[in-house]
Every structure is written in C-alpha cells, then in structure tokens.
Ligand binder design. Structure first.
Ligand SMILES: Nc1ncnc2c1ncn2[C@@H]1O[C@H](COP(=O)(O)OP(=O)(O)OP(=O)(O)O)[C@@H](O)[C@H]1O
Ligand SMILES: [Mg+2]
Length: 269
C-alpha cells in the first residue's frame, strides 16, 4: 500500500480535532501501521499531548518554505510504530510566509513527497489548526482523506457546511482531485442529552453513511491524557474512550481499503 495521508480538519475550534488525530494515530500504531503524526497547528497541542518538546526550527515551517528536508524533523514518540513532526510557535508565521510563496497551496504536499517516496510510513495523520487558512488548505491539498470531527452542539451543522464546501472546492478545482471525505465523527458525545441525539439525527439525515457509526464519548480520561503526555491507548488502555477510538480507527481503515469494482451488470438486472 502507498503511504496514505489523512487530515483531521474543522475550522471550528475545540471540537476534538487534536484529541481525535492523536488517538487515531496511536490506535493505528497499535495495529502495527507505521504512523507519522504531523502537528500542523501553531498551538502545538498534539505535540504536547505526546510529551514532545516544541523545538525552534523543529516543525514543518522551514520545509514549507523549501529551506529544509521535512524528514529531518521526524521525532520518535516512545510509542512503537508512532513518529511525529512537532509544531512550534513559529509555524504561525508560516501562514504569512507561505501565502507569499509560489505554489502556496502545494508546499506541504511537496515537502511530504520524499517521505512518501521513502515508503517508511503506512499512514500520515495531520492535525490541522482551527481555521481555513493556508496551513489547513495545504493539509487538504496534500491529503487523500479528511476526517471531520464535530462536537454535538447546535452550531456544529453550520460549521460543517463550510468545511464540506471547501473540501468540494479543493477536489473540484483540481488543487487535489484525489481528496475525499472519509467521514464525520461526533466527539464529546453524551447520549443522555436530547441535544446530542438531535444533532446526531440531523447529521445522519444530511450525511448518511459519511457519519461514522462510532461516536466518541465525553469523558474526563480523554481530557486528562494530554497532561501525562500520553495518548488514551497508553494512558488508560482499557477505558471505553480507548475502545471507542479503536472502533473509529477500524472504520477509518475500512474506508481506506480499495473498494470492490462496481459490477458491470447490476445484481438486480
Ligand atoms: N471526548 C472528549 N471528552 C472530554 N474532553 C474532551 C474530549 N475530546 C476533547 N476533549 C477536550 O476538549 C478540548 C478541545 O479538544 P481538542 O484540543 O481535541 O480540540 P481541537 O478541535 O483540536 O481544538 P483547536 O481547534 O483549539 O485545535 C481539550 O481540552 C480536550 O482535552
Ligand atoms: Mg487542536
């Protein structure tokens, strides 16, 4: 299998992008997939969540501008099969610098190319910042699939329409014809509330099978894990949250599998 790139994106802040990207990356590693997590957010939350240092010059920033090899920024995480490219504050400047560079939408794709070619990873997981700025756009232009985490709240649907339009545009404009929505995942889900149920039904109605079957529960274990620098699979491996992320990871992988060719003659004919 070629290296696959999956971006975790939603322009809305605090919806569970980082928690989901870090947890899914850890679950992929647990399954034996050679996984690279790229922190593309200047907030560097994914970097701290895995207990890595924010080193000046250690992020994707220089490589985005063509000044360094991206592979040189790959760090081990102490977790088998899981490596990471950390973030740092300087990445915020990249929004401005990259916007002025030639080919500004494809800088990340170009920087990733040698890592793809080396074949050293099965999957690259990208944690995006909460905006539709240059960094997120670069992630979408480089990705094969997008996972959109949403929080179960009333305004979730409005935000969802925006990111769906952007994914469609990146696909249709030719910026990345290979880009597809993998799915939408509900995070911080509390099935006891009517609101959570209503939002779930609404998303199901609009997006049907694109909504993953597994919703991620709201649990303090997920909120605590980053302060220990560990993903949930290491912090509390037998928790319901770890199980939920393992289920979600299986669904994401199923959607990566090559689909059987459509029958030329429909079965009903
Ligand atoms: N399922 C969950 N249960 C409880 N707390 C959660 C859960 N998922 C995320 N959180 C907490 O909610 C906050 C926001 O989550 P997270 O950082 O993953 O969102 P984000 O979309 O990456 O945010 P940002 O847009 O700022 O990058 C964090 O404090 C996180 O620990
Ligand atoms: Mg985040």
């Amino acid at each position: 299998m070629n290296t696959r790139t999956i971006a975790f994106a939603n322009q809305k802040g605090g919806v569970g992008k980082t928690t989901t990207a870090v947890s899914v990356a850890a679950c992929l590693a647990e399954l034996g997939k050679r996984t690279l997590l790229v922190d593309l957010d200047p907030q560097a939350n994914a970097t701290s969540a895995l207990g890595l240092q924010k080193l000046e010059g250690g992020s994707v920033y220089q490589a985005l501008l063509g000044g360094a090899e991206l592979a040189a920024s790959i760090q081990p995480t102490g977790i088998e099969n899981l490596s990471m490219i950390p973030s740092e504050v300087d990445l915020a400047v990249a929004e401005v610098d990259v916007a002025r560079a030639e080919n500004y939408l494809h800088r990340f794709r170009l920087a990733l190319q040698p890592i793809h070619d080396s074949g050293q990873f099965d999957i690259i997981v990208v944690d995006c910042p909460p905006s539709l700025g240059i960094l997120t756009m670069n992630a979408l232009a480089a990705a094969d699939r997008v996972v959109v985490p949403i929080q179960c709240e009333y305004f979730a649907l409005e935000g969802l329409a925006v990111i769906m339009r952007v994914i469609q545009q990146i696909h249709d404009s030719g910026a990345n014809p290979g880009l597809e929505l993998s799915g939408i995942v509900m995070t911080m889900f509390d099935g006891r509330t009517n609101l959570a149920q209503q939002v779930l039904e609404e998303v199901k109605k609009h997006f049907g099978p694109k909504l993953y079957k597994m919703s991620i529960p709201r649990t303090v274990r997920l909120a605590e894990a980053p302060s220990f620098g560990k993903p949930i699979t290491k912090y509390d491996p037998s928790s319901y949250a770890a199980w939920a992320y393992r289920q979600l990871t299986e669904e994401i992988l199923e959607r990566e599998a090559p689909r059987p060719a459509e029958p030329i003659v429909p079965a009903s004919a």
